[in-house]
Design a protein. Sequence first.
Length: 149
Amino acid sequence: MVSNREAVLLQGVLQGMNMEAQCVVSAVKVSLPKLDIWEYVKADITHAPSELPLGPYEVSFEGRKMRVNKTADGWIAGRGVMSRTELKIDYGERMKPISAICTACGEKMLTPPADLENSADIIVWFSEKYVEHRRLKHSQDDRRRVPRD
Ligand SMILES: [Zn+2]
């Protein structure tokens, strides 16, 4: 399946250490144009106010939330949860996607094969599994009955 990977800059909000500040998140956007699905990998904080104290923060961008730490060596991405519509992806250290669930029914997508190590490839893999799942479990008629929040 065709997937695009592009470097993007997103507006983000940092919260933590009793502070809130705007920042810019630089990320790689992975999208499957035919399926209208996209997610982000390799998100890094750029252009955050330098006066923010060292410590843990949460950054929000485009409806996603990720934990980050400001260290003496700069910003380090932590674990996070990203969701777009019905596919919720949990990220482990270094923003590696570790699991994904369908939020409409709570079913967990299969674990990607161990040899799949590139985060962008894993996103594509989860997305394809999700589309297959949606086709099997949520036909058009069923989808109308799935409660939306
Ligand atoms: Zn489902």
